[in-house]
Design a protein around this ligand. Sequence first.
Ligand code: F6P
Length: 320
Amino acid sequence: MKKIAVLTSGGDAPGMNAAIRAVTRGALYHKVAVYGIERGFEGLINGEFQELEICSVSDTMQRGGTWLKTARSERFMTPEGFQRALDMLENFEIGGLVIIGGDGSFRGGLKLSKAGIKVVALPGTIDNDLTYTDYSIGFDTAVNTVLYAIGNIRDTSSSHERGTVIEVMGRHSGALALYAGLTGGAEIIVIPEEPVDINKVCRTLVEGKNRGKQHNIVICAEGAAINSSDLTKTIIERTGIDMRLVILGHIQRGGSPTARDRMLASRMGYKAVEILLQEGNASKAIGIKGEQIIAYDLEEALEVKRSYDKSIIELADIIS
Ligand code: F6P
């Protein structure tokens, strides 16, 4: 392995820069040349490669986003685009590719690996929806961003004795809603994986109000069966509680990564290099189980059925 490349793809996540840094410096430590590909698979097709030196990644670890830029590439899904991507890797004589992204990026990586490219995929998504790993890069920072927002909203909510529905990201995954909901003391957590029991939601809020609760925080994932706007209107209609809706949106995707995300990204990024340097062509997905950094077969990692930790929502029900 003489040359490797790294790209970030799909929605950005805090900690991606720390992962790029670890891949770059890890590769250079082992005397392997490393190229950064800008704009994910789109840049791969366009040949947007730049050779990285030690100082290319200086002063990047603490920054959110990805300095390599990212994109969601439609062209990569076409036979012509895909072939061009393969040609580019061959032109630049890239022996191994590190892909940092979410589910869609992993699937792109799998396609490349089936065409003979050695790929190592790192989970970089605030959604934490890749079930083979306990955590993905960016999730911890996003949870903390939501917690900060909940704190501010709770202050004004208490002053006005009203409730707030807070919509958090997560098209298919309730992980962010669950973690931020439990640790932020939300009264209700609504996630895509569970049907919404609107009667129970209203009952809980009314009981809380009757017990003298100053505020009511409802965390609703964007992909939940009921959308956050309808949920807010229904609560107002049925309970008479004064409610507001706050959609946090892309604020959750930015910000300086937490220590935990920097640690995860650094360990995973270096592990990716070690895997690429090993003999054999097997493509891998890097993850963490407990405190252990692990390498899964890429295809098997994608086959792990989606699940979520039901005990978190049960605990939130008990202690909120
Ligand atoms: O996959 C990460 C994610 O942040 C989702 O939670 C969200 O639904 C989506 O990306 C938003 O994507 P975009 O930035 O393209 O609107």
